[in-house]
Ligand binder design. Sequence first.
Ligand code: SF4
Length: 232
Amino acid sequence: MAHKVDGYRAVVISLKAGLVDGRYVPSGDLSDAQMDALADLSDRYSFGELRGTYQQNLVFADVQTNELYELWQQLAELHLARANINTLTDMIVCPGWDYCSLANATTHNIAEQIEKQFDDLDYLYDLGDIRLNMSGCMNACAHHHTGDIGILGVDKKGEHWYQISLGGNSSNDAKLGKILGKAVPADDVASTLQTILDVYLDIRGTNEQDVEGFGDVIDRVGIAPFKEKVYG
Ligand code: SF4
């Protein structure tokens, strides 16, 4: 990211490693060894300063541009150099049923399902910036209401289902997403997202300079075309 001072950059470190050697790493998690290594790297490259972000990532706030490549190499060795910031897999995911006594549904199994379905970076870059937030109950710790795509886990007679909302925004133009329709079963979440994203790619406006973002498409056409494809 740009920096106020020439010769410096802010470095955002994704804590959404996704699948490492085929094994899902829970979004937002770090091991003790990674924490120790990051503390050392922040001393070496960022004046000992390391910040946590709203999106469950980390920031080295002041890195010299001539040290960026060296830092990237060391982050890559720690499996902390995934270039998916602001893409669909840069999800905010609450702990859900696995760790939270208030939860109605699991979340990280759904995040793993999404990681497996959307593991192609070229595809993610083509989609552009999309915020996906997932909460395991209506307490909404992941702020699912304000994601471009929000997922809320709900309990239906002891089974975990997932309600999807579209069009939320947590920036200066803040707004709540609209619920797409009835909740979908756990096994269908990623395929439902695929349907939604197919509609977006189909109807977004493009020209040589610009591509219409996901939120802008929802603002323009509403949720009806998405609803029709998902439930029609
Ligand atoms: S949203 Fe619900 S399940 Fe998730 S951390 Fe908050 S209270 Fe727990």
